[in-house]
Design a protein around this ligand. Structure first.
Ligand code: FES
Length: 106
C-alpha cells in the first residue's frame, strides 16, 4: 500500500472512528478496512486470507485483532499473523502521523 493521507489531523480521525469501530475505505478501486483500537488506527485488507470472507464488521473485539465471521480465524492487528498460523498473514498497517499531524498509511 502506498502512502496516502487519510485525515487532516488526529482529532479529525478520532471524531470519525470510535474505539473498536470499523469502516470500509475505497481507494483507487480497492477496498480496505480501517479501524481504531484505543489511540491506534489500523488499515487492513478487507477480505480474509483464508477464503476471502469480508473482514469489515461493525466492531472488532476486546483485543486489537480481527476475527473472521466465517471460520473464526483471528488476525493480530499489530502483526497480521493468524493466531494458529493456519493461513498467510493479513496485510495490516498502523497509521502514522506525519510532521503536520496528518495520518497516512505507510
Ligand atoms: S474465510 Fe475467514 S476464516 Fe475462513
Amino acid at each position: 500500500m502506498k502512502s496516502i493521507i487519510l485525515f487532516d489531523s488526529l482529532e479529525e480521525a478520532k471524531s470519525m472512528i470510535s474505539h473498536r469501530e470499523t469502516r470500509r475505505v475505497k481507494l483507487e478501486g480497492n477496498t480496505y478496512g480501517l479501524t481504531r483500537f484505543n489511540e491506534i488506527f489500523y488499515f487492513y485488507e478487507a477480505y480474509c486470507p483464508h477464503q476471502e470472507y469480508s473482514l469489515i464488521r461493525d466492531q472488532i473485539g476486546l483485543r486489537p485483532e480481527i476475527i473472521c465471521g466465517w471460520h473464526s480465524y483471528r488476525f493480530s492487528l499489530d502483526s497480521g499473523e493468524e493466531k494458529e498460523k493456519r493461513c498467510r498473514n493479513l496485510r495490516v498497517q498502523k497509521l502514522k502521523a506525519n510532521r503536520e499531524c496528518k495520518l497516512k498509511s505507510v
